[in-house]
Design a protein around this ligand. Sequence first.
Ligand code: PA5
Length: 447
Amino acid sequence: MATINVDVKNVLGTVTAEQIQSLNPEAAAGLDKLHNGTGLGSDFLGWVNLPSEITEAHLADIEATAKSLTDNCDYIVAVGIGGSYLGAKAVIEALADQFSQLRPQDDPRRCRVLFAGQNIGEDYLYELQDFLADKRFGIIVISKSGTTTEPAIAFRLLKEQLEKQVGKAEAAKRIVAITDAKKGALRQLATEEGYKTFIIPDNVGGRFSVLTPVGLLPIAAAGYDIRALVDGARRMEARTVEASDENPSLLYATTRNALYRAGRKIEIMVNYNPKLHFFGEWWKQLYGESEGKDHKGIFPASVDFSTDLHSMGQWIQDGERTIFETVLSVEEVAHRTIIPSDEANLDGLNYLAGKRVDQVNKMAELGTRIAHVDGGVPVIRVTIPALKEEYLGELIYFFEKACGISGYILDVNPFNQPGVEAYKRNMFALLEKPGYEAETAAIKSRI
Ligand code: PA5
């Protein structure tokens, strides 16, 4: 059966198989902590058994809500940031026609999903609101804490706009809130306004929440098969239970930690398919927020090849040897495009005539891999059979499980993010938020 696969043979010039295997006991202990809740951050392990615990009724509720949105809206704005944004964005981008936003919106089973609240760009919000001025739109507002500034500003603006465009009662039918069961301003607002709501479980952190309604509702509203996504995750959940050589998450976790201990401090997630750009963004948050603490952790970066071979290729080939690559390679692309023959052959490309574009891309990948390995860059290769919901579900869970194991090998709490608060405190102080008077005085004395 087609499935994702991890190949680490191209790291063996930098670390040995024995060095990787020597981390197996630590990885097995990490896996055990994830399954038994005995490690740091054990309050946040709801994602571990989440795929197998999702009920039919829950999926049906998400699908029915998505249908009600698609029946009444052509556009949905998913409002959220970080873990309340990147998972849905990554999956939708991986599955969508890349020019769908430019095509007429004529499929009643799908909404175009736009995103807001993931930045504080005034022009972004102005242009989004301007675009939506004559559109049938709805809002999925997502915030676990219910108090995050970026989505709160975007939601305030979009809610006001929607209420002006369709009236308060109709707006309330087109807004869905995904938030904590009890706490936070968004929960209170949703209760007062009578919005349909979904709960983000207490024990699932933002960056592990893509398989909760946080990711599933926008993905379903975009017209994709959330059951297949969840089925794929369930398969990977089953495949990553045992601490064995067959566990791909364990192999990935041990390999990247062996490389880290050998001085490879930067991991570059590489794709050869532009549809995976945002998968790299999701992965960076997952690993960066989980591991970057106590002055430790691999720095997660990402590039899109072959595009970035023309910008970052030089550094990767020849720069400081502190990097390794994890290549996400898609085995079968969705469409066929054959390079035509040309009588004049002025561009000298006739040697490629009759070949698929993807054959060229695969040779770019192979040629780059050989060049980078020759240049001293270890390469982990993760193959995914195709960009389909089931394999993306596998991939999501694969990386989540490996992240938990990896964090425990590193001996950090993979499930908190105390460092994210520092900028917020300064921003609130500078904006003179009530309650921050002392911080305001202190920060103003420094500028
Ligand atoms: O992973 C995390 O915890 C963060 O990235 C959060 O998801 C992000 O800060 C958004 O938080 P919230 O969903 O509470 O608005």
